[in-house]
Write a protein that binds this ligand. Sequence first.
Ligand code: EPS
Length: 390
Amino acid sequence: MRYLTAGESHGPQLTTIIEGLPAGMSIIADDINKELARRQKGYGRGRRMQIEKDKVHITSGVRHGYTLGSPVALTVKNNDWKRWTDIMGQEPLSADEEGEVRRQVTRPRPGHADLNGALKYGHRDMRNVLERSSARETTVRVAAGAVAKKLLSLLDIEIACHVVEIGGIQAGPANYESITQLQEITEASSVRVFDRSVEKEMEQCIDKAKEEGDSIGGIVEVIVEGVPAGVGSYVHYDRKLDAKLASAIVSINAFKGAEIGIGFEAAKKPGSAVHDEITWTKEKGYFRKTNRLGGFEGGMTTGMPIIVRGVMKPIPTLYKPLQSVDIDTKEPFKASVERSDSCAVPAASVVAEHVVAWEVAKAIVEQFPSDRFDTLKKAIDEYRQSAKEF
Ligand code: EPS
């Protein structure tokens, strides 16, 4: 299973094409739209989110509510495109328009893709870089992930996300009783925290950053429940599912690191306080008494909940810009200012949830190859039963 995305932030639309989904899986636009709406929310977003009302158009691969086995193509229109048609148009410029293009970018923002992308592709107008490197692209990553999430839910696998830290303010431990309870509580929170007692403090921290023309980052966590043990592989480096999750997390715009389970804490503890003891009952089969390893041993799932965290740096577009250099004059200048969010951590947690959903669904489809959803479901059910009795 694979997908590609296309689209610029202020271009006409975003597109994704998903290939390799089994046929006969139920999916409707609403399954995707509800996730797109979740990604648009969150305290600290800028004005762009008032302009966009992300809705998916399914233009291939689905008929009467079921996948066909052919590529699934999804598009999301950019409402803002109306205001950018002359700046972002596809047709060549006429001679008198050359040099007249508005909003050219020649002062790269430290921390953004601007300068390195310009050097790589030879763009003198760094808008050619920033339009694609913009996190607007995560809209269709969520759309692809929403399809994966639907596949997982039909296989009784549930996934949720929450924010654990913003601007150095930490949420208390998320002692949720079920994934549903975690979803309900975080959904009602402006910053997607389970511990609502820190919500106001986080909002104030975001307000302060905004007032000061600054930005703040944070830490998000994704939990996946119901994945059987043994998904992924120990036999080769590029089949380890935990490695794929870490890669997917760090591939999200502005993410700088990933942790599985207790992650970096493990460095400080003896092995006896890190590894999870194994036990077995007739009802549950094998399980671990604790889950410090976040659902992974040897690149494979253990059957315990998958727990993966990602750290997001503050967004590099600052209203109080840092020092930079104009690539035309080579003179020192303040970096260019683009409209931006002061904190996108709550939205990014939804993106993290969807990139993780994609990787888990992909690993399952690869491990239980099937062109049909009904035979995939049967294979997973049989595997679950055999793992229990093993
Ligand atoms: C982004 C800058 C802002 C964000 C955008 C990501 O967009 P604009 O430049 O149009 O104000 O709002 O995020 C989205 C559009 C989105 O859908 O998440 C950036 O530079 O990465």
